[in-house]
Design a protein around this ligand. Sequence first.
Ligand SMILES: *[C@@H]1O[C@H](CO)[C@@H](O)[C@H](O)[C@H]1NC(C)=O
Ligand SMILES: *[C@@H]1O[C@H](CO)[C@@H](O)[C@H](O)[C@H]1NC(C)=O
Length: 457
Amino acid sequence: MSRGKSLAFSLAIVLLAIGVLNSEALENGLKSMVYLSPKITLYPGSVSNKYYYDIEFPKGHIAIKSFNAEVVDEAGSPVSLQETYLHHWIALRYYNRKGVKNIKYNVNLGFLQSDFIVAGNAGICDSGLPQFFGLGSETRKTSTDVPDPYGIEVGNPLKVPAGYEENWMFNIHAIDTRGAVDAMGCTECRCDLYNVTEDEYGQPLKPNYLGGVNCCYDGTQCKVNSGLESTERNLYLKYTIKWVDWSDSIVPVQIFILDVTDSWEYTGIHDCLIEYDIEKSTNGVATNDFTNTRRSSVILPIDGDVVYAVAHQHCGGIGSALYGENGRVICSSDPIYGQGTSAGDEEGYIVGRSTCYPEPGSARILKGEALTVESNYSNKKSHTGVMGHFYILVADSSLGLNEPVQIHDELKELISLWGVAVFGLAICVAVLVACQKRNRNEDAYMPYCNLNTRYLI
Ligand SMILES: *[C@@H]1O[C@H](CO)[C@@H](O)[C@H](O)[C@H]1NC(C)=O
Ligand SMILES: *[C@@H]1O[C@H](CO)[C@@H](O)[C@H](O)[C@H]1NC(C)=O
């Protein structure tokens, strides 16, 4: 071995050792728990869209570091989206008056404020999207890790109103497409396939309402091939939460969910439709362009650093981005389409999404700055009930805690000590190993790793 090589090699070992020690120190406080939702019973073509109260959730004053989920059967095996389409799952925090049982959510009444209080995220839609966590079909291959030193603070006893307790609710919307005449049509909640003319509350649908959640509510039935045996199936949402006990070293982040249908820039109110439709292109062949682009602008009520961001789209989605007022890209989040039949790689379905982990301080947004959400869909075909959301975690800079993490200073010292080339090689190895390590624990960690590799080297 040449002197340079052996130096690089031993430095790599040293850095690896530091890396391992660091990650163990981090892992030390990290707790992880796997839970199952209540049982979801489905038949070919059936829909379950239920609310489950007081779900299992880690107790105490903690910082959530990740929240992953997938649909499994009674044997615990992952279920393919081609059999059970996971339209969405959301986890919502609420406070309920101590001693009050048998909570029943009534969409018309909302929560009876005296007994139940929704303790939602930081915004920004006036109604809808108050959840802390939630994804759809992309849940298996979308990283949800909150990077250090940040965390989503929950269970702070000082924030729970006196006489109340903090609990968590799931809304899980699953569509069984076994034997469906048009599985994609069922997943897009096309009203004709559900033979639905009234919504869940008996209100007639508008004549131009062709599809969306008003046609695939709980208990509806999508059209299946005749002569199909109606096999009942019990499924669960298996969810894995990672957290650490709360401490002063954790920087809290606020959750914002932005919606491309938000009317704020025209009306001054955050009227979010949650869903929208894509019309089939009439001039796509002539222009050789089958992109439907929708945009909306919003402002956030705080100054802060975006530390994690991911978009949410349905099938047909081809990309989504969040821009700052000067046009800079805060996050671009692309869908990952499956290519096979196994769970996590279902052809034709969005099975994952790239996420953004900006370096601390590099994605600062200002209070009052107009942010633009952009959602692109293919309009080769029409689509109903699609979504264009952006989920972002923002560290409030007024808290004055957003200094770059310690490691960067240590790295700078190392650079001056050993020279950039040697350092680069060692970091390559360290990052690779770290990524492999994470990949073993998590599905599809590559976006995170790619980003880290890019900004570390
Ligand atoms: C569709 O619904 C109508 C009434 O709402 C019912 O009479 C008809 O039989 C249904 N058709 C099918 C194919 O289920
Ligand atoms: C969306 O489509 C427009 C028009 O083709 C393009 O300029 C833009 O870069 C696309 N955005 C994303 C996030 O893919």
